[in-house]
Write a protein that binds this ligand. Structure first.
Ligand SMILES: O=C(O)[C@H](O)COP(=O)(O)O
Ligand SMILES: [Mg+2]
Length: 413
């Protein structure tokens, strides 16, 4: 019988074998005490198995609240656990409750993080995965051997549809590939979703008819399911190509319901990520997280960016990009979305460390606050990426490109 394997990074004051057995029991057929009916036969078929334990360092203090044992240190370890596919079939929410459910509450652990998981091949018969991913996204807006260059409308909220459409016009005439609503922008009192789509798509469609280039705009449809469906259809009616979802807000089933329709590229914004990942011994690592959303069918995944404005380290960002580029059981690879405090100066290091142009490289403030205006902001990002692929440093690129040089002056710390 096929099995699902999950790897956890844990910390415990108990013997690791004992704590891991509690985890396996709690997350399958057992509870805190033996119950009648939990026969050897039932356990053989449905109990989770601890497959592997690798002990790591011992520490003096617990990382998060949990049981303490006087005089005992806290052992960190990598633990691999497996479940039979018979436990949940292809029910994704129950799979998540198994891999990421009550186990976070087990008092025997003073740290627990889901690092990665593997699903069997048969998942490909049940999950389509991302329909468009990297190739489909790039092809949709005519980009080939360079990253898609994008921006986020700023101010994030407050502009009218007409003001937004005027900015969109400037940006697409400057040669941008992708624009999106901010995650804070759904329908505001002065910018109803439908009105915004109407005027923005008019600008995008006119440009596409004239030049053949259709800029991708990710309209934020994040909402309850019926409303998301209506918004999705409104984008379709206006010949849009993309919808954005704040995936942590709408959840797995809501997101998958939208992805399953397969007509629009789905841009997955992971705001709330810090809550899930910021503590080194709690939550989930991106290699596991992105697999969940690939099973749901998300085409584009936010990964933060090198030298971002948030807390995440460059190593973690690089690992996240690489995990999107690795094959998985279903669908196309999702396009890594590099965003957060980017302005082009991080492009050489992004390219040096990842050696890929399969990215959506986005700058909100980094384009819109350019001292020579938004057009120069777009040009500076294009120049930054051309220079990066040509092997130039930030300093060398600044000597060659005046718009990029102005960015360096304005944004470098
Ligand atoms: O939604 C996003 O990706 C952020 O708002 C990025 O904005 P910034 O480029 O101005 O940091
Ligand atoms: Mg934002």
């Amino acid at each position: 019988m096929e099995r699902i394997f999950a790897e956890y990074y844990i910390e415990t004051p108990y013997e690791v074998e004992q704590a891991a057995a509690v985890l396996a029991g709690e997350q399958s057929s057992g509870t805190f005490v033996s119950v009648p009916g939990e026969t050897a036969e039932l356990k053989q078929r449905f109990a989770a198995r601890v497959e592997h334990i690798e002990k790591l360092d011992l520490v003096d203090e617990p990382s998060i609240p949990g049981n303490t044992i006087p005089g005992k240190k806290y052992q960190r370890a990598k633990v691999q656990v497996s479940w039979s596919i018979e436990n949940f079939g292809y029910n994704l929410p129950v799979l998540i409750s198994t891999l990421q459910g009550n186990l976070y509450e087990i008092s025997q652990f003073t740290g627990l993080k889901l690092m990665d998981f593997e699903v069997p091949d048969s998942f490909k018969n049940h999950f389509k995965g991302p329909r468009f991913g990297i190739q489909g996204s790039k092809a949709s807006c005519g980009v080939d051997d360079r990253p898609m260059i994008g921006t986020i409308i700023k101010p994030s909220v407050g502009m009218s549809p007409e003001e937004t459409a005027a900015l969109v016009k400037t940006l697409i005439e400057a040669g941008i590939d992708f624009i999106k609503d901010d995650e804070l922008m759904g329908s505001t009192a002065n910018s109803l979703f439908e009105d915004r789509v109407n005027v923005i798509m008019k600008v995008i469609n006119e440009h596409a008819h004239k030049t053949g280039k259709k800029v991708m705009y990710a309209f934020n449809i994040t909402d309850e399911i019926d409303a998301m469906q209506r918004k999705y259809e409104h984008i379709q009616k206006n010949e849009g190509t993309c919808a954005m979802i704040s995936i942590n807000s709408t959840g797995l089933s809501g997101t998958k319901k939208i992805c399953d329709q397969g007509d629009l590229v789905i841009h997955g914004h992971r705001n709330g990520w810090g809550m899930l990942n910021r503590h080194p011994l709690l939550g989930i690592e991106f290699p596991a997280y992105q697999k969940i959303w690939r099973l749901a069918g998300v085409d584009q995944m936010h990964v933060n960016g090198i030298q971002n404005k948030f807390w995440e380290s460059d190593d973690s960002v690089v690992k996240s990009i690489q995990s999107c580029l690795k094959p998985f059981v279903c669908g196309n690879n999702p396009l890594p979305v590099v965003s957060s405090g980017q302005w082009g100066g991080q492009a050489p290091e992004t390219y040096r460390r990842t050696q890929t142009t399969d990215l959506l490289y986005m700058a909100g403030g980094g384009i819109l606050a350019h001292p020579m205006g938004a057009t120069a902001g777009v040009n500076a990002l294009q120049q930054a990426w051309k220079a990066s692929v040509d092997g130039l440093s930030v300093e060398e690129a600044a000597l060659q490109y005046p718009e990029f040089a102005a960015s360096v002056k304005k944004f470098s710390k």
